[in-house]
Each structure stands twice: as structure tokens, then as C-alpha cells.
Design a protein. Structure first.
Length: 309
């Protein structure tokens, strides 16, 4: 990372300081949308649609090959975020992979606590399969809470007897709502975005008095056998570092093909800084290659395009 890029990243992160008081969910949602939302890539066609009974945003790059599909679940602690706030990030991943993407507006807490988000993720996945999408042509991705939700959705799909997709990518996944990871405390001074108290507040809203170690709330405690090939990307300077490391370790121990990438000096979901940070662009390129490689592996005659740089 160049000095100029480091200075730019520091400025971006300082623009969203940690809050000393706890705003309401609606205040958090509007503030997050103002701070994070970026436009979709040039040439991207977007459409409002419905998937699994929930509103969704479909993004189709000009480079889309026509067959592969990406199902995306956005981050935001299960409380904030939406397909609109993540349209830029999802569009960039879809563009680089040459895939048509659908980002689901799953129900959020506290209005709809656990397991509403998992139910919505599973409903969206089930509808894609029921409408004729071959699982070999389907991949998933998600960031932060959406990364944990992606894994939970595939666990729910496995238990429902549904096939797994070709691959799944997660950025800085939140997979332990018990906050047992050592980095929750050891990385707090390095993390420019979250504190342990922030994560605990989101968990309180999502799970309440429920079981925070439930496998569909905290997939790091689940058996991960027979899950799709997995790519985990995380920054070294974030409290959720150990969530990502333990998820990858659990997946590997359970026989899942898994790749873990830790970005030195990088913050939570650093991929949001594409176009501003070389590491973000490189990570998205690797994620796109991972997805398309597994789509091609499932379909030897696949005509998917190479990732677009």
C-alpha cells in the first residue's frame, strides 16, 4: 500500500468515527447509507425484483455471460445495510466475474430478529433452484453479517436436502455472535470501525435472549461438512479477524475446500474501498477468479468469461 493510499484510507475511516452514544436503528441505517453507498459500475443494468418473497436488486454487467448467477447477502450487523448500500461493491464483484447478481433485502433486526434473516436467505436460494438455476451455475457471496448469513443459508440448505452452490466467498464474516474470538479484544485498538460494544449491541438486537451459539446464528460452531468451496478474506486490523480464521479452520477440519486470505494492515470489509486501494481491487479480482474457476470446474464446457480487471 502506498503512502498516498494509506493516507486516503485513513481519511475515509476517520470520516465514520466510533459513536459514543448508541443511535436508534433508523439513525444507524441512514448514517450507514450516507457513509458507505457507492454507485454501481458504469454500464451496469440494475432492476428491482423479488426473490424468495423479499425485495431484491438485480445487477447485470455488460460482460455477463448469461448462465452463471451470484446471490449476494449484504452486511450491516443484521440491523443496517441494504442492497442499495452495497450496490457498488456487489456490482464490482459481478463485473469482474462476468456474472448476473441478485442482492437480497432480507429482513433486519430488531423488527425481525433471528432467524428471520436466515429464513429469507434460504427462501431466496430455494427459489433460484426451483426456477431452474443449476446449482453448478450458482455462487454466493456476502460481507460481515452477510458473510455469516451466507454460511448459515448454506447450512440451512444442506439440512433441507438442497444441493450446494459451486462456491461461496465471504468478506470479513461475522460468524460468532458469542464474541469468543480473541481478536474481539486484542484488535480493538487497531480496528478503526468497531468495538466489542458495537458488536454486542448488534447481537442484542438480532438474537436478544436467544442462543447466540446456535449454528445458524454463529456458524463457526456448526459442522461444515459438505459445504461449498469457500474463500474467506479478512483484514488483519479488525476485531473479526479470529471469526474468519476460525471459520476457515473449522471448514478445513470438516473437509471443505477453503482458502483464507488475511490482508496486513487492512480494516473490516476493505473491499468496499475498490478504486481507492490497490489491495481492495486485487482482493475483488481474486474473489472473482475463485467464483468463476469453480463455476467452470462444475461445467467443463462452461463459456463463462474470464474475470474483468
Amino acid at each position: 500500500m502506498s503512502r498516498e493510499q494509506r493516507d486516503a484510507l485513513d481519511a475515509i475511516l476517520r470520516s465514520a468515527p466510533r459513536s459514543e452514544t448508541r443511535p436508534t436503528p433508523e439513525e444507524q441505517r441512514s448514517g450507514f447509507a450516507a457513509a458507505v453507498t457507492r454507485p454501481t459500475p458504469e454500464g451496469m443494468v440494475t432492476r428491482r425484483t423479488v426473490l424468495g418473497g423479499r425485495p431484491a436488486l438485480e445487477l447485470e454487467p455488460a460482460e455477463a455471460s448469461g448462465r452463471g448467477r451470484l446471490l449476494y447477502l449484504h452486511g450491516g450487523g443484521y440491523v443496517i445495510g441494504s442492497p442499495d448500500t452495497h450496490a457498488g461493491l456487489v456490482g464490482e464483484l459481478a463485473r469482474r466475474a462476468g456474472l448476473r447478481a441478485t442482492s437480497v433485502d432480507y429482513r433486519r433486526a430488531p423488527e425481525h430478529p433471528f432467524p428471520a434473516a436466515v429464513d429469507d436467505g434460504l427462501a431466496a436460494y430455494r427459489e433460484l433452484l426451483a426456477s431452474g438455476t443449476d446449482p453448478r451455475d450458482l455462487v454466493m457471496a456476502g460481507d460481515s453479517a452477510g458473510g455469516g448469513l451466507s454460511i448459515a443459508t448454506l447450512l440451512a440448505a444442506r439440512e433441507a436436502g438442497l444441493p450446494q452452490p459451486a462456491a461461496v466467498v465471504v468478506f470479513s464474516p461475522w460468524v460468532d455472535l458469542t464474541l469468543a474470538g480473541g481478536s474481539i479484544r486484542s484488535k480493538e485498538s487497531a480496528d478503526p470501525i468497531f468495538t466489542e460494544a458495537d458488536l454486542r449491541a448488534y447481537a442484542d438486537l438480532y438474537v436478544g435472549a436467544g442462543d447466540r451459539a446456535h449454528p445458524l446464528a454463529s456458524p463457526v460452531f456448526a459442522g461444515l461438512t459438505r459445504l461449498a468451496p469457500l474463500l474467506v478474506q479478512v483484514g488483519a486490523n479488525e476485531v473479526l479477524l479470529d471469526d474468519a480464521v476460525r471459520l476457515a479452520g473449522r471448514a478445513g477440519a470438516d473437509g471443505v475446500e477453503v482458502t483464507l486470505e488475511v490482508g496486513p494492515g487492512l480494516p473490516h470489509v476493505f473491499q468496499h474501498h475498490y478504486g481507492r486501494l490497490d489491495e481492495a481491487d486485487a482482493a475483488l479480482d481474486r474473489a472473482a477468479r475463485f467464483l468463476t474457476a469453480h463455476l467452470s470446474a462444475g461445467r467443463p464446457d462452461a463459456d463463462l468469461l474470464e474475470p474483468v480487471h
